[in-house]
Design a protein around this ligand. Structure first.
Ligand code: HEM
Length: 142
């Protein structure tokens, strides 16, 4: 009887483990490191932007604390994390800034560098980038 219970418990454990590792793939959000990971990515990205002469002039008058909060929400939401984005649309927030293709690419390059430095798997990086790519048309407005 005791052996029987043990076997049942092991079976249940195996099923749970099986679900976690196979049936349900690890979400992009989890692979970014969850809430702490996304916050870290955004903080590193903001630092990289400030150091990046190709784009930092665009952020000269930015409200960095608000930008940080909204970027965290957006990246969390786009990686299917448990967040709701409460900021402006990409069209509203980038209108009239004359953001170029080269500047868009520079920011993406900074993001990739930050994620790579943090050890984010390339597949998870690409899943996030695929969700950001369609925003290009609303952000780049020559
Ligand atoms: C996929 C790429 C991008 C994403 C996901 C993104 C996301 C955001 C978000 C969430 C906000 C805040 C909106 C709000 O305040 O409600 C914002 C604002 C802003 N973004 Fe972007 N952005 C991207 C690309 C860029 C690029 C390439 C530039 C310029 C090189 C840029 C410059 C700005 C500026 C200047 C602001 C306003 C900051 C302020 O005045 O407080 N963004 N962006």
């Amino acid at each position: 009887m005791h052996r029987h219970h043990t076997a049942a418990a092991l079976l249940a454990l195996a099923l749970v483990a099986g679900c976690a590792s196979r049936t349900v793939p690890s979400s992009t959000y989890a692979q970014l490191g969850g809430a702490a990971g996304v916050e870290g990515i955004v903080d590193d990205l903001l630092n990289a932007i400030v150091d990046d002469e190709r784009i930092n002039q665009q952020f000269a008058n930015a409200d960095i604390l608000r930008l940080r909060e909204k970027l965290i929400e957006r990246i969390c939401a786009e990686s299917d994390g448990p967040c709701t984005y409460t900021g402006l649309t990409m069209e509203e927030s980038h209108a009239g800034r004359h953001i170029t293709d080269a500047q868009f690419n520079a920011l993406v390059e900074d993001l990739i560098q930050v994620m790579t430095a943090r050890g984010i798997p390339v597949r998870a990086q690409n899943r996030l980038l695929l969700r950001l790519a369609p925003m290009h048309g609303d952000i780049v407005t020559p």
